[in-house]
Design a protein around this ligand. Structure first.
Ligand SMILES: [Zn+2]
Length: 685
């Protein structure tokens, strides 16, 4: 700790009331108009970037259309027919679901509603927020109360800290969007109550793994009020939560997890060992050390995320940017699955770690997940989803598969295949990605973290309001056009992320080329910006061949991974699901109508192929609407067949084939609902 920070800490503890809540200043209670980002207060470490408030970034172009698909799909309608988030929810005062599902749903519905300024969805979301804000108990507790006569075990579930962690994230987003003056006092009283009970009701089970999600809201509130007791709570969370840095420093799960490890869970208890190998917990844990480093200021906490991602890649990495978890660690075979909750949670983790660390490699990773793994596991209309997606997914049907612990419904597209957590939690993926496209920099400029069409309205250096529009069809095209509109001429820096794959990237400002642009950096352009200044960024996307399980190869281009386009026959499943879909939702098997077992003929050093660009239409993340096709050569491999209803592991490359050469069509991974992504490579003749 620097002397200045120690002094700041001492001063703060002197001026801060020892009792929560403390009154909020009027300035904090007004609705934010073109709000600036809120930065870390001492003694927290200063961050590279700060997240902009929700609604500072609005989607445009294909991204807005994607959010509209979501609003017209499950997210906009789930509460109308799925009882778990329906009007009987205990989070609305009813006798229904009282744990994580209501808060999960809101964590995505609320930002979607405000990003689209969709009054119907805002009204839906607000009902839940109002109930929580209006029903805080005298002791400060929030959320459903156990009904009179509840068993001790049931009552215990109501007192679980975990689902409240999710609702707190909802409240912080709601406050950013509206400035509602009820939020900060409710959160202050809740955390006072939380701190008082910290020793008596310690973190356990899910909450013990997921403590960083509570820490986010604790630090969010600290940065707005400066109450030093919140940092005591932060330290209590750290002391009681799982030490994920230690988990990865001495990583015991170097193979697909054995059934014995999760048997304790199946037996009714939650074993801490199994919870450490659990996919969603790991997706959420990606942020833990980085978020905690703001309090600890320990350099090893700042570095831990790279070791964690590197370890997961090495033992469980898949070409979609994720690690296998179906629903525990499952090794590198591309027929293993990835749970949808893990995808959206890992994205959120990166969105929280990037502002702390300012590392462009983490943003490359975020795009890889957001543009590949995320859309792949949802139908093009966002009315159905899978529990587990597979990089080599050649048949989705109701049969047993070689998952670590999931059931036979897991790769069906439906309302609630296998288990309903993903049904409740899938909604946060796109809206939170939108909110992370741009961030404020430490010197009051703006950083382009991920690329997609959008408009930013915020305040930069010197308090100058600025709007910035980003026009692009990225990730399907390679050009990004920015128009900068400060209210008056203003000096500040734009930092443009140059992805590690973009070796020939080029930038022009008002037509003048900028020198020294390097891949794998944030490239700063610090100048006096005038209204209407134009920046054009070109990120040429050459083909890359990357190596996976059994020396198989995936074809990549820019941020997108490409997969074999397989004919899809969607067959409605009726009467066979554990919990059948409730109309208007439906459950689907997807059967292949064309062959899938090909080896590729491709030059690994200098892959080249014909790239066909098509219009970015109304359903870019569907096989029929894929905006890019890549034509490659390949041959069938008769020896590569189904094993346990999934594509067998890719035969070890290089492979021989006596079959005729064919032209194959690859489409974006996220568009292909049946696909082969990790291909064997044919022996060069
Ligand atoms: Zn899930």
């Amino acid at each position: 700790m620097h002397i200045k920070q120690i002094l700041a800490a001492v001063v703060l503890s002197l001026v801060t009331s020892p009792h929560l809540p403390r009154p909020q200043t009027a300035a904090r209670e007004t609705a934010p108009a073109a709000a600036a980002a809120v930065k870390n207060r001492a003694p927290l470490s200063p961050n590279a970037f700060a997240l902009l408030p929700l609604t500072a970034i609005k989607p445009r172009g294909w991204l807005r259309q994607q959010l509209e698909i979501q609003a017209q799909g499950l997210t906009g309608h789930l509460d109308e027919f799925w009882p778990d988030v329906g009007p009987t929810s205990a989070w609305l005062g009813g006798t229904g679901e009282a744990w994580e599902r209501g808060p999960y749903y809101l964590d995505g519905l609320l930002p979607l509603a405000y990003l689209l300024e969709d009054q119907k969805l805002i009204a839906k979301a607000k009902r839940w927020v109002d109930w929580t804000l209006d029903h805080q108990r005298p002791d400060g507790a929030i959320g459903p109360q156990p009904p009179a006569g509840a068993s001790e075990k049931d009552a215990e579930r109501y007192e679980d800290w975990w689902p409240k962690m999710v609702m707190l994230k909802v409240l912080t987003q709601y406050h950013e969007a509206t400035g509602d003056p009820r939020v900060i006092p409710v959160m202050s009283r809740y955390f006072a109550h939380r701190l008082q009970l910290a020793e008596r009701r310690k973190l356990r089970d899910w909450g013990r793994q997921r403590w960083a999600d509570e820490l986010l809201s604790v630090l969010w509130l600290y940065n707005r009020g400066g109450d030093a007791r919140l940092l005591d709570l932060a330290r209590a969370l750290h002391a009681q939560g799982r030490d994920w840095k230690a988990h990865f420093a001495n990583f015991p799960f170097t193979e697909k997890v054995n059934a014995k490890i999760w048997a304790a869970e199946a037996g009714g208890g939650l074993s801490d060992l199994a919870l450490g190998a659990h996919g969603v917990n790991n997706g959420m844990a990606v942020k833990t050390s980085a978020v905690w480093s703001q309090v600890s200021k320990d350099e090893s906490d700042r570095r831990a995320i790279h070791h964690m991602l590197g370890t997961l890649d090495k033992y469980h990495g898949l070409p979609n940017g994720m690690f296998s978890c179906d629903e525990h660690y499952a090794g590198t075979n591309p027929s293993q699955g990835v749970e949808l909750c893990t995808v959206v949670e890992a994205m959120f983790s990166l969105e929280q770690a990037i502002p702390v660390l300012g590392d462009p490699a983490l943003a490359d990773r975020l795009e890889r997940m957001a543009y590949n793994a995320q859309p792949a596991t949802l139908s093009g209309d966002m009315w159905s989803h899978q529990y587990d997606q597979q990089p080599n997914q050649v048949l989705c049907n109701l049969e047993k598969r070689n998952w670590t612990s999931n059931g036979p419904e897991s790769n069906l597209f439906g309302l609630e295949p296998n288990f309903g957590c993903c049904t409740a939690n899938l909604h946060q993926g796109w809206p939170k990605f939108v909110s992370s496209l741009w961030m404020a920099t430490a010197d009051d400029g703006l950083a382009a973290v991920a690329y997609a069409p959008c408009e930013v309205r915020t305040v930069v250096k010197g308090g100058v309001p600025v709007s910035l529009t980003e026009e692009t069809d990225y990730p399907f095209r390679d050009e990004v056009r920015l128009t900068v509109n400060p209210e008056r001429a203003a000096q500040f820096a734009l930092q443009l992320r140059i992805p590690a794959w973009a070796e020939a990237a080029a930038i022009t400002v008002n037509g003048q080329a900028i020198g020294g642009v390097k891949a794998g950096t944030f490239h700063p352009i610090d100048r006096r910006w005038q209204k209407g200044d134009r920046v054009v960024l070109r990120l040429p996307m050459s083909l890359r061949a990357t190596h996976w399980h059994n020396n198989s190869v995936a074809v990549e281009r820019g941020p997108l991974v490409y997969s074999l386009k397989i004919g899809e026959e969607w067959r409605r499943v009726e009467g066979k699901m554990k919990k059948p879909a409730i109309p208007p939702a439906a459950d689907w098997e997807v059967h292949p109508t064309t062959p899938w077992n090909y080896g590729l003929a491709i030059d690994l050093q200098r892959p080249s192929a014909q790239v066909v660009e098509k219009a970015v239409g109304s359903r870019p993340f569907s096989a029929l609407g894929a905006p890019v096709e890549i034509k490659v050569k390949g041959r069938r491999l008769p020896q590569w067949t189904l094993v346990d209803n999934s594509a067998g592991p890719p035969p070890a490359s290089p492979v021989m084939s006596g079959e005729p050469e064919e032209t194959l069509t690859l489409i974006p991974y996220g568009s292909a609902k049946l696909r082969v992504t990790a291909f064997p490579i044919l022996q060069a003749k």
